[in-house]
Structure formats: C-alpha cells, structure tokens
Design a protein around this ligand. Structure first.
Ligand code: PEP
Ligand code: MN
Length: 379
C-alpha cells in the first residue's frame, strides 16, 4: 500500500508571481459568448492563473441545467486562444477525460460527487495512465478523510504527480450559514499527513453565497493553503447554475484586494528570535501540563484502590457533575470556552474511568475484561 504521495508542489508547475494562486471562471460554460467574454474580463484582472468552466454539471436535482457537454470544449479552447489563460474543467468519466485530452485542456479536476465513488475515481485514474496532466481532487461531499486520501492515491498510482487536493466543504443536514460546512480540521489533517501535497480552497462551494466568500478565503490563506478557486461570471445573477455564489470579475478583484496575504515564514532576525522565545515558553507550559496530568492520574489510581477496597462503584454521577460545574465556571472566568474545556474534561474523565476499571479488574483477576472494559462505562 502506497503511503507517500511524492507530488510536485503546485508552484513548481504553475509558475506565477501571484499570491494566492487563483482559479476562476464561471460555474458552468453556458454559451460561447458568455464564456469568452467572462474569460476576457478575468484575463484583464491580471490575477487569474487558471480559467475554469464546468461542462458536465453534476446537479443535485433533476431538470436543472446539466451542462453544455463536449461542444463547450471548443468554446473553452477559443477563450484560451484569445486570453492566454490555461483551462481547467471537471471530469467524471473516462469519456470526459478522453475528450479533454483530445482538446488539450490543461488541468482536470474531480468533483466532490465523484470523489465519493471509488469506481468512478478508478475509471478516471485508468484513463489517465501514462498521461502527464495536473489533476485536482476535490474532497468528497461527506467528511471522510480516508475517502479523500483514497481518491488522491488512485490518481497518484496512475502516474499523476502534479496532484492537488481541493477543499470545498462538506454536506450536512439542517441549518448552517454555509452551503457546505468547511470543517477545517479535515484539510488540516490532510496537510499534516501529506505536508508536500498542495491544497487549494474553493470558497464558492463552501459558502454558496457571495457575502461569506471573503472570510472563508481569508481563513484558507491564514491556514497556508496554496490557492483559491472562486467562481466568477459576467452576469452572476443570470447564471444557469450557482447564481448566488458567483461574483463579477470586478467584484473578484475587490475581494482579492481585501485579502491579507501572510508569509509562512520569514528571515527577519528579530521576528525569528521572538518566535523562538514564545515557543520555548509554550514548550515549558506543555511540560508542566503533562506533569500535572500525570500527578492527577496517580491520585486517580489511589482513588480507584480506595473505592475498590470499600466496594464502591467507579462512576459517581454527582461528583462528575460537580467537576463539570466548577471547572467550566473557572474556565469561563479565565476566558476559555466551555466547549474547549468540556473536551478536555471528557477525555480526562474517560481516562480516569479506564484506570479505575483496570484497578477493579486487577483485584477480580479478570484479564479479559481489562482491555476494553471502559467503553461501556464511560459517560
Ligand atoms: C464545481 O466546481 O462547479 C462543482 C460542481 O463543485 P463541487 O464538486 O465542489 O460541488
Ligand atoms: Mn458551481
């Protein structure tokens, strides 16, 4: 099983002085005129690295516009000829891949509804064998990191090394301000596991509406993502798909101008020294915290033995409630969120019950139940 993705960082093949890298264009290619005119306006901004347009649209409900299909490839090629912008589009089948390769589309992307299906991803991967083309893999619609990694691996194993992951948020049931919840911890986990892998963010499909785009794009940059995909349309309100989230090329520039681009590191001596000083203070506090936790666990063991010797149950609900009340009150006073401190307390309590269960079982000599005894008791 391949555990490493020796991918080529995006900046090595998409040469650009821009920060962030930017993919823009309409959600869908609608007409030749709409696409070419939008492309010209985007090229004139001087900020776009790749021109996007969807030809085959995976729509949630039937009877919506499902894309113009293969005919739009010609229009895309014309837009490239007139603007110099490289092209990218979504592929969902081997046939799409073949058509795109035939027309010299520069970069392919796999949509969220395709990433969920290993059969479809494998079909695309097989069609890409022996081809040197960059591929972007959007996250699956459901928050499943392994499924996302699996799709990246399938494409990688077919020989694609110009590989990029794209974060576009996750489906959910119920109310949210987002069309697709960002769940930032998932792309962060992906980056932690594959530091070399380039990751883009697609604020358009996360937000589903224009007014949230800036804050989501800013967050993506603050997390060190390599680039953005933002949908842009000549006349967004008249768009045949995703009208609410698209912006004019003019509004796109406005948004880009408001983004703060921060460096991931710097050579500034004073800054580096101060950073080291702050980090060593954090190191020291972390060490103290771990020692205190160990001290607490030692008392827990004593407590477990005491309860055992007096034949008392491990779980004392009133005591657990009292711990929650007093600790969250203190946390609140110190400006820590209740949610954060509850996570900490729950983990602590779980470990404490695990320890006490082990002590109880030691006396019973019940080796088998020592291992997994805690899950059924933990609150
Ligand atoms: C798109 O980019 O137009 C699209 C369909 O995106 P997603 O796969 O993220 O829904
Ligand atoms: Mn769209």
């Amino acid at each position: 099983m391949e555990n490493h993705l020796h991918t080529i960082p995006v900046r090595d093949w998409l040469k650009s002085p821009f920060q962030p890298l930017l993919i823009s264009g309409p959600c869908s290619v609608e007409t030749e005129e709409q696409f070419v005119e939008t492309a010209k306006l985007l090229a004139a901004t001087g900020r776009v690295n790749l021109l996007r347009g969807g030809l085959w649209k995976p729509r949630t409900r039937p009877n919506s516009f499902e894309g113009v299909g293969a005919i739009g490839l010609e229009w895309m090629v014309r837009a490239r000829a007139e603007t110099g912008l490289k092209l990218t589009t979504e592929v969902a089948t081997a046939e799409h891949v073949e058509l795109c390769l035939k027309h010299g589309i520069d970069v392919l992307w796999i949509g969220a509804r395709t990433t969920v299906n290993p059969f479809s991803v494998q079909e695309i991967a097989d069609a890409l064998k022996g081809v040197d083309i960059p591929v972007i893999v959007k996250n699956p619609v459901n928050p499943d990191l392994q499924l996302w990694i699996g799709a990246l691996e399938r494409i990688y194993q077919s020989g694609i090394t110009k590989l990029v992951a794209m974060h576009r948020g996750f489906s959910h049931f119920g109310d949210s301000i987002y069309r697709n919840k960002p769940m930032w911890e998932i792309p962060i986990a992906l980056k932690t596991q594959y530091p070399q892998l380039s990751i883009f963010c697609d604020p358009s499909h996360i937000c589903g509406r224009r007014d949230l785009l800036l804050q989501v794009a800013q967050k993506a940059l603050d997390l060190g993502m390599d680039g953005l995909m933002l949908e842009s349309h000549l006349t967004p309100d008249q768009a045949w798909s995703d009208a609410k989230q698209q912006v004019t090329p003019h509004a796109l520039v406005d948004l880009l101008d408001q983004l703060q681009v921060r460096a991931t590191s710097t050579d500034d001596r004073n800054f580096v020294n101060e950073l080291h000083a702050l980090r060593s203070r954090i190191d020291k506090v972390d060490e103290e915290i771990i020692q205190l936790i160990a001290k607490r666990m030692n008392i827990t063991q004593e407590l477990g033995r005491y309860k055992r010797d007096h034949n008392i149950t491990i779980l004392q609900v009133d005591r657990w409630k009292e711990i929650i009340d007093t600790r969250t009150m203190l946390a609140d006073k110190l400006g820590l969120t209740r949610e954060f401190i509850m996570h900490y307390l729950e983990q602590l309590h779980k470990e404490s019950i695990r320890t006490q269960t082990r002590i109880m079982n030691e006396e019973n000599g019940d080796i088998a139940s020592q291992k997994n005894a805690t899950d059924s008791i933990a609150p």
